[in-house]
Design a protein around this ligand. Sequence first.
Ligand SMILES: [Mg+2]
Length: 293
Amino acid sequence: MAMPQNTISIIYDYDQTLAPTYMQDEALFPAFGINPTNFWQRCADLVREQGFDNELAYMKVLLDCLEMDRPTNARLHELGGNLTFYKGLPEMFEEFRSGLLTDEHAAHGISVEHYIVSSGLKAMLDGSRLAPYVRRIFGCEFATDERDRITFPKRVISHTQKTQFLFRINKGMLEMDEDVNDHMAPELRPVPFQNMIYVGDGPTDVPCFTVMRRNGGHAIAVYNPDDPTRASFKKCYQLCTHADRVKNIAPSDFRRGSHLRLLLEEMIREIAGRIVQRRHDDVEAGTVRAPKF
Ligand SMILES: [Mg+2]
């Protein structure tokens, strides 16, 4: 039986997309007295001199810095409560719970859900004020020892691996023991790419932007409007104007009435309208029963 395909999924990167900083700088280093400049320099050295992946480098340097005093995942979760976000968050998620979709959309069972796919630490995001609004958070994770202290990377999500999670959402395979490479016919996939919107901030999101573009999905690149160097704006401008990776760019302002909110709301309404239209077409063709109002 075909899936109803009436879920709209918005997938967000975290660092510099939902928040102006990196989560380590904002909430981790102050708690453990780590010098950010030294930390990131040690990471860059591992990448350059030993060929480390960026994400494994930061996880290793973190474990090295903390030595015998390694925290538990519960402590990382607690520190996630200190994370702060761009303007309009988390309020946007609360506001999206009502008034976003029409009664007709609701009668067709259309709903909007949110995901975060990050190369940062899942434990911190799970403890953040965004977590209650998000269906699933995917991020890097640490395994723990017999005393629950973090010991070794358990899951690493690099920027190229992030695309795997778009396919997991597309196929409804959110559990890690499910093989996302298993073949699944398009009509059986719970969230077609046309129902997905990816929001990211720059070059590390290019693989996800590309997957969305190739498969008929939607994407928005966001920039920090308060960055005096304009570096944040320039990377988005580059992605949109010269590299043709993404059609829409907007400042990271999630408040009602902002350019980004207008884009998100318009995309959601357009997708919802298309789902309703397809239902009507199917009813006319006699392939499904009309919904009862
Ligand atoms: Mg980012």
